[in-house]
Design a binder for this molecule. Structure first.
Ligand code: FEO
Length: 171
């Protein structure tokens, strides 16, 4: 059984993950409008990842005897100045999400809720990957400011990304 405070915090995280999915779907449609279909593919996979994060937390709340209360999802931004501006926003957003998750881990430690703490470690590790892959693309886009031809190569590379459901990763 989780505490009421933990139930609330996890519910808020479900909402934050669904907002992330919404944000990346909005970015997907921005890239589609620029005919950067590889970038769009990367964003679609990222959207699926965020939905899977939300669902994993959703299932955990249920499993621990909590109650899911779904709230409205905020509207995401719809326009960006450039692909670099998009990925700067992704990197910034993921750092914010890491902060939210760390706050819930701190609460789990405070409450001596070992089950939730253990569960959240998967998300802590996931955030390391999420921040690193966003930062990596930011750095590549910065290098391309002087060599715009690279953009099409990166678009092709990002077009290769496929969604792997968490269960298949053994998570
Ligand atoms: Fe679900 Fe991008 O963190």
């Amino acid at each position: 059984m989780i505490s009421k405070q933990m139930e609330k915090a996890l519910n808020e995280q479900v909402n934050a993950e669904l907002f992330s999915a919404y944000l990346y779907l909005s970015m997907e449609s921005y890239f589609k409008s620029l005919n950067l279909n590889g970038f769009a593919n990367w964003m679609m996979v990222q959207t699926q990842e965020e939905v899977s994060h939300a669902m994993k937390i959703y299932e955990f709340i249920n499993e621990r005897g909590g109650r899911i209360i779904l709230k409205a999802i905020d509207g995401p931004d719809t326009e960006w100045a450039s692909p670099l501006a998009v990925f700067n926003a992704v990197y910034e957003h993921e750092q914010k999400v890491t902060g939210l998750i760390n706050d819930i881990v701190n609460l789990a430690i405070e409450e001596k809720d070992h089950a939730t703490n253990t569960f959240l470690q998967w998300l802590v590790n996931e955030q390391v990957e999420e921040e690193s892959s966003a930062d990596n693309i930011v750095q590549q886009l910065k290098m391309m400011e002087k060599a715009p031809g690279g953009m099409f190569m990166l678009d092709r590379e990002l077009g290769q990304r496929v969604f792997t459901p968490p269960a298949a990763e053994g998570a």
